[in-house]
Design a protein around this ligand. Structure first.
Ligand code: HEM
Length: 258
């Protein structure tokens, strides 16, 4: 074996960037689950005392958020690098005709990538933007300053986007891993480009409705809006995530099953 080929374009695109991508991805999604399943319910159980704990706000939450948002960028960057550097990835992605398992795989990885990109946008444009307001307010209050009246709304916007990301993560990871190792298996799935597009469009419309809902586009973000019931508890968000996965899985089988 030629040592140089361990780091040639094929190795970089197919292996190294993929490996870094999975490392960055578990860091990001691990912290997403930590926030949703551990920190938020943990602080809520403490009530005001929990919120006032300087150690949590400044020493832990800001560090966790740093890793969270940069791991999201690293996952996004390495994911895009796989598509650009792995030889023929883009070519294979764009050019399939007939009844092909590759059409089904491409539709699957497209859903995974679009969910991942939406989640990364949520991290930077909603969660982090609003968390900065929440952290600044908590630090200010701890130092004896005036409370910012907008902090509660900012916290709620961040919470809705974070729970939406938890909902998406279950399907996102299914298509990330499943596209190449499950859907590309021609015995199970094959699709004409028309079928693959149909699957893609229906899936993306469902996901877009959920995303708009998390942004409060259907009646605002206030508690009491019935459209937001899926985000009001961790349990509701997990159930919604599993139901979304089941719906997308059934669509995959019905539209693209061999
Ligand atoms: C942020 C946007 C993302 C993009 C653009 C992206 C892109 C990609 C691409 C192009 C692949 C290669 C799939 C193939 O072989 O055809 C891939 C695989 C994968 N991605 Fe992502 N991804 C993203 C987010 C994530 C996240 C958040 C995770 C969480 C862990 C993740 C985990 C994985 C895994 C486990 C694989 C499978 C590697 C393999 O088995 O070969 N990705 N991703």
């Amino acid at each position: 074996m030629n040592a140089a080929s361990l780091f040639d374009q094929a190795a970089l695109g197919n292996f190294w960037f993929r490996y870094l991508h999975v490392l960055a991805g578990i860091t990001w999604i691990g912290l997403l689950y930590y926030f949703n399943l551990v920190q938020v319910p943990g602080l809520a159980a403490y009530g005001d005392e929990g919120k006032a704990r300087n150690i949590t706000i400044t020493q832990i939450a800001t560090r966790a958020l740093w890793w969270f948002r940069w791991a999201a960028i690293a996952t996004l960057a390495t994911g895009i690098l796989i598509t650009g550097v792995a030889p023929d990835y883009m070519n294979d992605f764009m050019n399939h005709v007939g009844d092909s398992p590759s059409n089904a795989k491409n539709a699957g990885i497209s859903v995974g990538m679009i969910l991942g990109i939406t989640m990364a946008a949520n991290v930077w444009m909603i969660i982090w933007k609003n968390q900065k307001v929440v952290i600044a307010n908590a630090t200010n209050v701890l130092n004896g300053g005036e409370a910012n009246p907008d902090a509660a709304t900012a916290g709620r916007r961040a919470m809705l986007a974070s729970r939406q990301n938890m909902i998406f993560s279950i399907s996102m990871l299914f298509y990330m891993v499943g596209a190449a190792h499950f859907i590309e298996n021609g015995d199970l799935f094959a699709a004409t480009s028309g079928e693959a597009n149909t699957f893609l469009i229906i899936s993306l419309v469902i996901c877009a409705v959920l995303q708009l809902n998390a942004l409060g586009k259907f009646g605002g973000i206030k508690a009491g809006n019935k459209m937001l019931v899926i985000y009001e508890t961790q349990k509701n968000a997990i159930i919604t995530g599993v139901v979304l996965w089941a719906v997308l899985f059934i669509l995959t089988v019905v539209i693209m099953g061999a």
